[in-house]
Design a protein around this ligand. Structure first.
Ligand code: EPU
Length: 344
């Protein structure tokens, strides 16, 4: 087992924060994962599971065993008239996997092209874009259950998928995702309802063109982490009560809003941040991106404290103006490698 010490995690988190991990190991199989978890137990170390690092806020020093998931592989499991079932290793790069599905004439994930990160993290926050959420195409998730110390399979119906949420978020220290099993369509059923996607796709209504347009829209608005380190949308789109929406609409008639089937009204956080004057504005080295106010960018060598100063200022200004408290989307870790609340 190759445990390394004092490893720099800057290349492994897309916000490019300077982070030193006391213990680090890359795992490429189920067996290596169990070995690493046993090592942590024997040495009384907390465990931090690192995937693509595209949704994490990390402190400068972490005393824990960082397990970097690198399980590869794509295999066909089953097929029927309408669909194919595929098992994918947690360490596969999400975007490359989406491109592969399209090249294999498998449909469903095209709207999720260019989302950063790895396949294993996709169910955790039920990644979504342009009217599709990954949970719709997941049959089950294979995990190592740290509580029961065994591998098991969790079917989609038990994953509790909803907007940017799953059981893996509720119980983050229990399950380590090793593989995701997808059920993809053999006939394209394009999802074109979101915003101006239908217009962008135009007459060429093919999965290939849909994927191409999604990539172009994302590239035109969202910063490339290699150029502008970021973690995608920094805040969730808040769901507020109908009463608060009705009250706000009196003053802000253009407020983008999406009534929810389950009650409440989803509001575009990007618009709230934009209207609060934060689009393209920086506080020190950290600011909100000039083409999409929902994305926080590390413009230089920011630390977690710099990131927090900026996003607290954004939360404050949005709250003052709209009486809405924005909830950060990325997961915040403490120096012991454990997840901590943004409200502490
Ligand atoms: N808006 C502004 N100013 C801005 C940004 C947005 O006024 O600076 C307005 C837009 O005009 C639009 C509304 O806000 O009316 C919504 O904007 P957009 O369609 O760009 O989507 P979003 O709500 O900002 C969500 C997801 C994205 C996903 C897109 C497309 C969340 C938190 N974010 O963004 O997900 O790609 O929809 O489906 O749900 C991510 O999670 O990292 C992510 C990028």
């Amino acid at each position: 087992m190759n445990i390394q010490n004092q490893i720099q995690l800057k290349p492994f988190n897309t916000l490019s924060l300077d982070v030193t991990a006391s213990h680090y190991i890359k795992v490429q199989s189920d067996e290596a994962l169990v070995e690493a978890l046993n090592y942590a137990k024997q040495h009384s170390l907390n465990v931090l599971i690192l995937s693509g690092g595209s949704n994490m806020l990390l402190p400068e020093h972490i005393h824990a065993l960082v397990i970097h998931m690198d399980i590869q592989g794509i295999e066909y499991l089953a097929e029927d008239e309408h669909s194919k079932t595929i098992r994918v290793g947690a360490g596969q790069i999400w975007h490359d996997f989406v491109l592969w599905t399209t090249s294999q004439y498998l449909y469903g994930l095209q709207n999720l092209a260019l989302i950063p990160g790895l396949v294993g993290a996709s169910p955790v926050q039920n990644i979504g874009a342009y009217g599709v959420e990954v949970g719709e195409f997941i049959e089950s998730v294979q995990v190592y259950d740290r509580q029961l110390e065994t591998f098991s399979t969790i079917f989609a119906k038990d994953c509790d998928f909803s907007y940017r949420h799953s059981i893996f978020k509720d119980d983050p220290n229990r399950f380590v995702i090793t593989h995701v099993i997808f059920k993809l369509l053999k006939h394209a059923d394009l999802m074109l309802n979101y915003g101006d996607l239908k217009q962008a796709v135009g007459d060429e209504q093919t999965a290939e063109n849909l994927q191409k347009q999604v990539i172009e829209i994302r590239q035109s608005k969202l910063p490339d982490p290699k150029e502008y380190p970021n973690v995608g949308s920094f805040f969730k789109n808040p769901i507020i009560t109908e009463q608060l929406y009705d009250h706000l609409a009196l003053t802000f008639s253009k407020l983008p809003h999406y009534p929810q089937a389950t009650g409440g009204v989803k509001i575009a956080a990007g618009w709230l941040i934009d209207q609060s004057g934060w689009k393209g504005k920086q506080l020190g080295m950290v600011g909100m991106f000039h083409k999409q106010a929902l994305v926080l960018v590390n413009y230089d060598k920011a630390t977690l404290a710099d990131v927090q100063a900026t996003y607290h200022a954004v939360q404050h200004d949005v709250y003052q103006k709209f009486n809405i408290l924005l909830e950060p989307e990325p997961v915040l870790f403490n120096e012991s490698g454990l997840i901590r609340s943004h409200l502490e």
